[in-house]
Design a protein around this ligand. Structure first.
Ligand SMILES: [Cu+2]
Length: 623
């Protein structure tokens, strides 16, 4: 009976609200409103994931200038986790502990753009996630067993690798071209020398899975243009990749006007196997410690395809036969054919060159131009399981579904308000799922409760299963997703606890081994965190106390010996501006100088048990 009352009163309230809401409407409007209300109820059911059940997909949305990655569940659109990548995060101790601090390389922020999953045979394999930092020109890799970043590299000679990361079919490479042209090595050169001295450099980055390390295999010195987006080929085009360019005018000021003068910019089409062979054959120059191919010196493997001006996305169809690009200032999408491009290359149907790179004729590679009525600002295209294309229209605020084979417009759905990218379920694989598409909208305006003049961004979930596309959920998101990837949840196999690593000299798995060692002015603490205490030296009168002298260099190696799901401990020293985390079974190190004398409480920051509040100690610094 207790349970029944709230449900019954809930129903009554609902009916009352509906009656009040519909009271002022004419019978026609009223029926429409009732239909709309029941449609919303159906949509709510489509996204509802009851307790005990899990979402069907993970969504990894780039966090833009937050430097982080946002993890959501689909279809519920619940935010599950924020994983720090290029920016520090005190909640997880990222950028505070020794390993992540070293990876951050002294940088305090990043601009995380395009995320990409590792692939096997053109399918997401659920092992790793790659991302690039436009703000400080870096690349990172995240392990998906633990959702933690394993490696970050600087990408030399590159300023803002915006056009990445998109991986080849078997994660052989990701290609990182630059958004901003700079002189090689970032040497000083006046902007009057732009066309002669500035270059747009592309880096071919490899990933060593055993060592979990990224590496730059080679670079290519491209013309001084801006490189916007890219995609790797698939199946028949697996050895190839494409990327869009803008400012092929080589303007150096007021780009808004000056970089939109020419009717066409270019798609760079390149064969990475040929470039790889050129490097093997020594056809490169050694520049700032990198192997760099200069196309004006060593020809081959690289071509230009004219495209409607100032394009954003370029997307390879799941069958690998076509690539689709759209001038963001033009009203149409263009379908290009790889087969036609290969023929034109074979027949050397070139129309001049730029910086030693041959230009293919637009007519030789273009298959069709698609121009849906009044659709404006096509930016990015995704695909479903039937090979149908979905293009975001930034200016006309909609998603247009169309058939790349016939060019026919099949459906359109408005989104609120300016979709930059979109992401389809398993969208960049050779076999997309087709169920869902998410519009990543740049401007949310009045979508959510106001939080002041600056609003959150918005992600809208679109159901692709019916005859008509339908927006079924809207979720706010922090600034600012540029692109996202959606993967089947069962492909990701996380671990529950970190396995014991007996070879790790910093790890301590039983209380007897805990100790505090002094080496000159270095103090090494080998401690344990467990429910609900810290043990830094089990033999000491107060095992949870650390005492050092002012100026000592302190290393705290802490192992969480609770090999239990979700028992994470934190370690903070009050007043010392540091906090780290040890997940179940994990050993972590924090290194700092005890530059303040005094008495500083230590406490566990991550709620771990009923006696969490008692999980404390003292850090004493003798003057
Ligand atoms: Cu704790």
């Amino acid at each position: 009976m207790k349970k029944w009352i709230p449900i019954a009163s809930g129903l009554a309230t609902g009916l009352l609200a509906a009656t009040v809401f519909f009271a002022d409407l004419s019978p026609g409007d009223r029926n429409e409103a009732i239909a709309e209300s029941s449609k919303n109820k159906t949509n709510a059911e489509k996204v509802y994931v009851p307790f005990g059940e899990k979402d069907e997909y993970y969504l990894f949305a780039s966090g833009g200038h937050s430097g982080q990655m946002f993890i959501y569940g689909v279809p519920s659109m619940r935010h599950i986790r924020t994983v720090p990548v290029f920016s520090p995060d005190s909640a997880t101790g990222y950028g505070f502990d020794k390993h992540s601090k070293e990876m951050m390389g002294g940088f305090t922020w990043g601009d995380l753009h395009h995320p990409a999953f590792s692939e096997t045979n053109g399918d997401y394999d659920g092992k790793y996630m790659f991302a690039t930092d436009v703000g400080n020109s870096r690349a990172a890799v995240m392990n998906l067993e633990t959702f933690t970043v394993k490696d970050i590299i600087d990408v030399p000679n590159t300023s803002g690798p915006h056009c990445a990361a998109f991986v080849t079919e078997n994660t052989e490479y990701m290609f990182l071209p630059t958004r901003f042209a700079v002189p090689i090595g970032r040497e000083y050169a006046p902007l009057d020398d732009y066309s002669e001295k500035y270059r747009g450099v592309m880096s071919a980055v490899t990933f060593d899975e055993k060592k979990e390390k990224l590496n730059i295999a080679y670079q290519v010195a491209l013309p001084p243009w801006s490189y916007d987006l890219s995609d790797a080929g698939k199946k028949v085009s697996a050895d190839w990749a494409v990327m869009t360019t803008y400012n092929t005018e080589e303007a150096t000021t007021n780009l808004e006007i000056n970089a939109s003068q020419a009717d066409r910019d270019f798609i760079v089409l390149f064969n990475w196997k040929e470039l790889e062979q050129m490097v093997k054959d020594g056809k490169y120059d050694e520049v700032t410690g990198q192997k760099m191919i200069f196309p004006e010196k060593h020809k081959g493997g690289m071509y230009l395809v004219p495209v409607a001006k100032s394009p954003h996305g370029v997307d390879v169809t799941p069958d690998g036969k076509h690539f689709i690009a759209s001038g963001k200032l033009a009203p149409s999408m263009t379908v290009f054919s790889f087969e036609k491009a290969f023929k034109a290359i074979e027949n050397k149907e070139f129309a001049g060159e730029r910086n030693g790179i041959p230009i293919l004729k637009y007519e030789s590679v273009m298959e069709k131009e698609v121009n849906p009525e009044n659709a404006l600002g096509p930016l990015h295209t995704q695909f479903d399981d039937q090979g149908m294309a979905y293009t975001t229209m930034f200016i006309s605020s909609e998603i247009v579904k169309w058939d790349p084979k016939t060019g026919e417009t099949l459906d359109r759905v408005p989104v609120q308000y300016s979709p930059g990218h979109s992401v389809a379920a398993e969208g960049d694989t050779v076999a997309p799922d087709g169920k869902y598409l998410i519009a990543l909208n740049k401007i949310a305006k009045d979508s959510y409760l106001s939080v002041g003049p600056s609003h959150p961004e918005s992600m809208q979930l679109i159901d692709l299963r019916g005859d008509k596309m339908e927006v079924i959920q809207s979720a706010p998101v922090n600034p600012e997703p540029h692109y996202a990837q959606m993967i089947k949840a069962d492909k990701i196999k996380t671990i529950t606890v970190y396995p014991k690593d007996e070879k790790n000299p910093d790890a301590v798995y039983n209380q007897e081994e805990t100790r505090i060692e002094r080496k000159g002015n270095e103090v090494h603490v080998y401690g344990i965190a467990m429910r609900s205490k810290f043990i830094f030296d089990a033999k000491a009168e107060r095992p949870d106390q650390i005492e050092v002298k002012k100026g000592d260099k302190v290393f705290i190696h802490l192992t969480n010996i609770d090999f239990d799901q979700d028992i994470t401990h934190g370690f903070a020293i009050n007043g010392y501006d540091l906090n780290i985390e040890v997940q179940p079974g994990q050993t972590n190190t924090v290194e700092f100088t005890a530059d303040k004398a005094g008495t500083f409480p230590i406490y566990c920051t991550n709620f771990c048990s009923a006696l969490h509040q008692e999980m404390t100690g003292y850090f004493l610094v003798k003057p």
